[in-house]
Design a protein around this ligand. Structure first.
Ligand SMILES: [Zn+2]
Ligand SMILES: [Zn+2]
Length: 375
């Protein structure tokens, strides 16, 4: 008697009065293909799979050890109607994007399974793709970021020489030694130079904050405290804890600079302790305000070199002094208020801006300080 498939009528019996095709269709193996994700270390390309950093790398994709880890992962992740007995991966390789960066591991997969313990073994074929995400492995994390719990970021808004940056670094080092860790060691673990600034990595939080504040005070920096993620741990699908960052912004000007704030013409005379002292040419007086408020006024540096002037004569009726630019011999006038200490024929320095000569008041004050006139 010929056996016949009870479903399609084909003259073939595979199992339980069904042909192979009908039997497989009624007993599919895979219920759901779950998206696969593996993590690779962005620095060394070590692979994280099945909850562990393995001892193999992206370059090992295609090897037996990667295949076997992937097989275990697929069996664990995908949903099956019954357990596959055996798995063989074939043609496992990396797939790249247009920038030649690996984005996934792809391959063919063959499952061998029997839906019923008495049925013959059936081969099910499919494809798989495991997306690659980037993280950093513990070794690289330690190697590349050092162990730090806090950091100082110094950023200047003007071009700084290499020597200046080195000077800042040694100042940071010196200051740090005053805030030792409990084991007596300097809490500063590393200094990284960036353009017009540096990052100082600290092993203790209070040291970074103390050193940062002292440095800012000495260099007229503006301190703000922010936080940043110390990295992104893709293996746990979360960021590493945030660490505090003491950000020090150094203003783009220094003492002696001529500054415009709105229409006010100023010259910076001194700075320190978070305050800035400037001469206000319109109001003819010295003022001292917190550097933070000064910066909020959006000061613009007037980029002109100092010029030497000679006082020719004074017109007491007009309260004006006639002065001569000693390079161009151009004549100009200046309010006698600004040249009270100057004799006819003497020289002083200043700049000419929009047709008006502004005396270098810093020079005047330094001179008065030396004579003990200015307190
Ligand atoms: Zn059939
Ligand atoms: Zn690594």
């Amino acid at each position: 008697m010929d056996s016949q498939c009870i479903i399609c009528g084909k003259k073939e019996e595979f199992f339980k009065h069904q042909c192979k095709e009908c039997y497989i269709e009624a007993n599919t193996l895979i219920r759901e293909k779950i998206n696969l994700k593996i993590v690779s270390c962005i620095h060394c390309e070590l692979i994280f799979i099945n909850g562990h950093w393995k001892s193999f790398f992206l370059a090992d994709v295609g090897s037996q050890k990667v295949d076997s880890a992937l097989s275990k992962y697929i069996v664990k992740e995908w949903k099956f109607n019954y357990r596959p007995k055996d798995i063989i991966l074939e043609d496992v390789h990396l797939s790249f994007n247009e920038d030649n960066i690996p984005i996934s591991i792809i391959g063919k997969i063959h499952f061998f399974a029997n839906p019923d313990i008495f049925s013959p073994l059936i081969e099910f074929n499919d494809n798989f793709e495991a997306d690659i995400n980037w993280g950093d492995c513990p070794d690289c994390r330690e190697r590349f970021t050092d162990v730090y719990t806090s950091k100082i970021q110094i950023r200047s808004q003007k071009d700084e020489s290499e020597n200046t940056l080195k000077q800042w670094a040694s100042e940071i080092e010196n200051l740090s030694s005053n805030f030792p860790q409990s084991n007596g060691k300097n809490p500063l673990s590393k200094i990284l130079f960036v353009k017009n600034g540096l990052d100082a990595l600290f092993q203790t939080k209070p040291s970074a904050s103390n050193v940062g504040r002292i440095f800012a005070k000495n260099y007229n920096g503006i301190v703000s405290i922010t936080t940043e993620f110390s990295g992104f741990d893709k293996s746990k699908w979360k960021e590493y804890p945030r660490i505090p960052v003491v950000l020090i912004n150094l203003p783009p000007f220094e003492t002696g600079d001529f500054i415009l704030i709105n229409d006010n013409f100023l010259q910076i005379i001194s700075s320190g302790d978070g305050k800035i002292e400037y001469w206000d040419f319109k109001r003819k007086k010295l003022e001292k305000i917190p550097i933070k408020s000064f910066i909020e006024g959006n000061p613009k540096k007037v980029d002109l070199d100092l010029t030497k002037y000679q006082l020719i004569n004074i017109d007491p009726k007009e309260n004006l002094g006639q002065i001569m630019d000693m390079l161009s011999f151009d004549l100009s006038y200046i309010d006698t208020f600004y040249i009270e200490d100057i004799q006819e024929g003497d020289e002083f320095s200043g700049i000419k801006f929009n047709g008006i000569v502004f005396r270098n008041m810093k020079q005047k004050f330094v001179f008065e300080e030396k004579k003990g006139v200015r307190i």
